[in-house]
Design a protein around this ligand. Structure first.
Ligand code: ZN
Length: 493
């Protein structure tokens, strides 16, 4: 019996390693690819994708899963999660997978052109087709009566639209009054104080910060790409950021965010790499790790009490006339914007609630694609207090729907809720964390995250993980409390 289990692990690792090869080719494409090499890279990626699909759909995996009976809790997790992955691969006809891939490529280009031309009608038929494909995909997997739940469960196992609606409604009820109060505040942050920060010094500073956080640069690296991301797992984690001499906070916080993802990937048990025990617990949990480091940790007073003198030492002339309060306020700017990716952490959640509400109505048929831009604009006014003046700054701003990635946006907000709930728990469990941060010491926080989250792999879905670690059901009240504690003293004095 143990021989069969070992054989299953071998098969799963094979799938995983092919995935990491694809990941590296993708990383290289975004970081180093010469301008005329894209076609060749596309062929390489297509070949690896084909090999990976064949490895994942290997009928021997199915036979092994049918024959195996777990002898302990670890095996139970591996078999349960491997079955989930296997079924998702074999239940989708290969013609369907090819059709979706073709359509995603066409829809991506149509979206980019429609955004450029500020013309939603040019993208609308592509979005309609993606919705039809999403309904078909759910039906193949046995979720035909709950296609949006399927889309959500794909990213965050165990979550449903109904549960998210409860969580998000409660969040919205607390968040809207907070942003209205901040909007009415006379206090204004001025991020314009950060000008002419040379890239080399920025790079050294963010390297210092991320190494302090605990990122192991012997098992990973950071490079530059247009859109920051984190790729890889275990002993090779590749992160990226981008640099703008007049916006050093963007590169720094992008790097810190990706480092949060990277620490999670580096923190999983290496021996279990490529098996569900060495894989992440879903998008929401992944995002909770990046968000906690980016927001709860790196926007705190204690963090800046440590790093402000170091920042000043690297940029003495640029920061000569900037006081500490102005610097800290600029790091914690809150201001409405139409664009999700430019949003601060308070408004950000409202951008997600908007997308979730619209996706849910698109899937239920309450909302048609033709009516989507008007619905977007109305909800934007209601939640953000801003109405887009163009499709480009409204319904066409995000790339996600062009790839048929529905049910993906909620993970961002879920991540913020999980991060806050974990934050209150870890501060109880490890008294004096602020004093650690003042010294630039993040090791106790990281050790706690390693033990409670990283080392758990895919044992638990987001809801169960939160329940086990915090002793409470997932709730938005900690996110609301955290935002209130961070921003009320700054803006509502
Ligand atoms: Zn992220």
């Amino acid at each position: 019996m143990s021989g069969s289990y070992e054989r299953l692990l071998e098969k799963l690792k094979r799938v995983h390693h092919l995935g990491t090869v694809a990941g590296l080719l993708g990383w290289d494409e975004q970081v180093h690819l010469p301008p005329d090499s894209a076609d060749q890279r596309a062929e390489q990626l297509a070949l690896i994708a084909e090999l990976q699909h064949a490895a994942a759909a290997d009928p021997e995996i199915g036979r092994l899963l049918d024959s195996l009976t777990p002898i302990d809790a670890a095996q139970e997790v591996v078999i349960r999660e491997a079955r989930r992955d296997y079924e998702r691969v074999v239940k989708l006809p290969s013609e369907f997978v090819a059709e979706k891939a073709r359509h995603s490529s066409a829809a991506y280009h149509a979206w980019a052109a429609a955004k450029e031309a500020d013309d939603f009608t040019a993208f609308a038929p592509h979005l309609e087709k993606h919705l039809a494909l999403a309904h078909r995909e759910a039906a193949y997997l046995g979720w035909g009566d709950r296609p949006y739940d399927y889309a959500i469960d794909k990213h965050d196992p165990g979550l449903t639209a109904a549960r998210l609606t409860e969580l998000f409604d409660e969040l919205q009820a607390g968040l809207v009054p907070l942003v209205r109060a901040i909007a009415a505040s006379p206090v204004r942050a001025n991020p314009g104080i950060f000008r002419a920060f040379p890239v080399d010094a920025q790079r050294e500073f963010l390297h210092e910060v991320t190494a302090r956080m605990g990122f192991d640069y012997r098992r990973g690296r950071i490079d530059v790409s247009l859109h920051p991301f984190c790729e890889g797992a275990g002993a090779d984690v590749r992160m990226t950021t981008r640099f703008d001499v007049d916006n050093p906070l963007d590169s720094l916080f992008s790097a810190i965010h990706e480092t949060g993802h990277g620490l999670y990937e580096q923190g999983m048990p290496l021996a279990a790499q490529g098996t569900p025990l060495g894989q992440n617990a879903g998008m929401g949990v992944h995002e909770s790790q990046s968000r906690m480091w980016e927001n709860q940790v790196s926007r705190s007073r204690s963090f800046w009490n440590h790093f402000e003198p170091r920042l000043r030492a690297r940029f003495p002339a640029q920061l000569a006339g900037v006081g500490s309060d102005a610097l800290y306020l600029a790091v914690n700017q809150v201001a409405p914007t139409l664009i999700r990716v430019d949003s601060d952490e308070v408004y950000y959640n409202l951008h997600i609630l908007l997308r979730f509400a619209l996706e849910r109505r698109l899937f239920s048929g309450e909302l048609t694609v033709a009516d989507l831009p008007a619905a977007w604009n109305a909800l934007s006014q209601e939640l953000l207090g801003l109405t887009p003046t163009s499709d480009r700054t409204g319904v066409l701003q995000d790339v996600h729907w062009s790839g048929g990635a529905f049910g993906y946006f909620p993970s961002y907000c879920l991540g913020n809720m999980i991060a806050s709930q974990l934050w209150f728990t870890v501060r109880e469990a490890c008294a004096g964390l602020d004093a650690d941060f003042e010294r630039g010491d993040f090791s106790r926080l990281l050790a706690w995250l390693r033990a409670e989250i990283h080392q758990q792999g895919r044992r638990y879905g987001a809801l169960e993980l939160v329940r086990r670690v915090t002793g409470e059901e997932l709730t938005p009240k900690y996110l609301l409390r955290y935002l209130e504690e961070r921003y009320a003293p700054l803006y509502l004095r």
